[in-house]
Design a protein around this ligand. Sequence first.
Ligand SMILES: *[C@@H]1O[C@H](CO)[C@@H](O)[C@H](O)[C@H]1NC(C)=O
Ligand SMILES: *[C@@H]1O[C@H](CO)[C@@H](O)[C@H](O)[C@H]1NC(C)=O
Ligand SMILES: *[C@@H]1O[C@H](CO)[C@@H](O)[C@H](O)[C@H]1NC(C)=O
Length: 459
Amino acid sequence: MPQRGETSMKQCRSEVKPGRRRWRHRKAGFAAGGVLVVVLTYLLVSQQLAARARYVIITKAQWTTDEQLIRAPGATAEKEGTVSCSSEGYFSESCEVDGDVRVNGRVLTVTVVGPTNGSDPVEWRIRPYAQKYVGEVRKATVTLVPGAPAAACTVAHTVPAVLFAIGGHSGRNFFHDYSDVLVPLFAASRRYGGEVQFLISNVAWPQWLDKYHHLLRRLSRYPAVDLDADDAPVRCFPHVTVGLHIHKLLTVVPESAPGGDGRCLTTADFTKFQREAYALPRNATRRRGRRGRRGCWFVNVEEVARAAEAAGFEAVVTDLWAWGESDVAGKARTVNSFDAMLGVHGAGLTNAMFLPPGAVNIQVVPYGRMEAIARSEYGDPMTDMGLKYLEYVIDLQESTLLETLGPDHQAIRDPEAVHRSGWDQVSEFYLKKQDVRVNITRFAPTLAQAFHHLRQQLQ
Ligand SMILES: *[C@@H]1O[C@H](CO)[C@@H](O)[C@H](O)[C@H]1NC(C)=O
Ligand SMILES: *[C@@H]1O[C@H](CO)[C@@H](O)[C@H](O)[C@H]1NC(C)=O
Ligand SMILES: *[C@@H]1O[C@H](CO)[C@@H](O)[C@H](O)[C@H]1NC(C)=O
């Protein structure tokens, strides 16, 4: 009897070990080398807050406990249609539909003929966006019908399809573009080596497809079908994956990501894929010198930059958000030319995935018990990407909240209570209203550690 995620779980061997050790034997000097991008993303954070409430309170426990298998009873025969749905994890639900599968885009139905337990159809309602709580994304209906074949095919495809929605949080926020769509899509479709048809619903921002065409066209060699506007009433496929699945934020979990060659994919494979797609030249850290523009993000950004230079880096302060929404490739190439990135918790840190493996990512965690969120959104994924992740949790003295709210405010005295009252409060105080004035003395050891890490690799 096939088990949960059968199509994905057991078809690959996990080797895990990405990245880092590859560079150990590089010979290169590192005298004055290395560059630090100081990226601070506070001003941008507010854009993502409203939409983020649902998942931010997750804990590790939720990753592993909320596991459930929905399966059509008795669906075992090879030639007969099968539906295997999973709502594993906290975020997503998805179905693997196998057999003679028919898709109607306008009404968003996916139908396959196969044995059901009795004479009634079995139906699943799946939100094909990886964050299932995003209400604005229309649900798809997956139906296993007994007996008679469904309607004739208008277009008969010979390749499998992946059906997913864009919109939701994606398109509004760089982090969500990756965590909710691009990384899970890679995990779902890379195995096909381009021989896969993307069926996209909820195309709220058509420019999104242009923005990420470098990645999309490498995953699928066929133009994506906009299901909302699809004129073909019945598209037929041998297999359809309905919905994308986040197993862990911004991470490719090997057990659920077959590479198609017997090997499991890792997050490092995703970053490698990006380097290929954007023709990023650097797949390892090395000595560089470069000057860039200056902006102002941290309250004392100039001081932070000087501290970085004192630690041995050449520092460039830049606002990656200002790079223009559409030019992901240009931004990716710029980030790829650095050896380290430093930024306050926020979507801008997502750009660290363009760094070469072995590079350092320093996340500055704001005041207010934000460590767990910071780690699950960026810390853990960056480590999986083969980056050296360092974290600097600021002290109350380094937060502008102390001045703006005063020492007696609840947000200062009792962050736990603020967390208990909900995400709106957490975001209001700790993300929207807070700026960071880094205590250079306290921060210096973190910079030294970053520099030391890079130098070690290059010896
Ligand atoms: C089919 O449904 C009946 C009644 O709901 C149930 O008792 C039986 O276990 C089911 N059979 C399978 C194979 O799931
Ligand atoms: C890194 O890129 C160089 C030049 O393209 C290539 O020769 C080398 O094999 C690559 N190394 C890895 C580990 O991908
Ligand atoms: C900065 O950090 C150092 C070391 O932790 C500490 O001794 C000093 O008091 C801090 N300075 C301020 C202004 O908080």
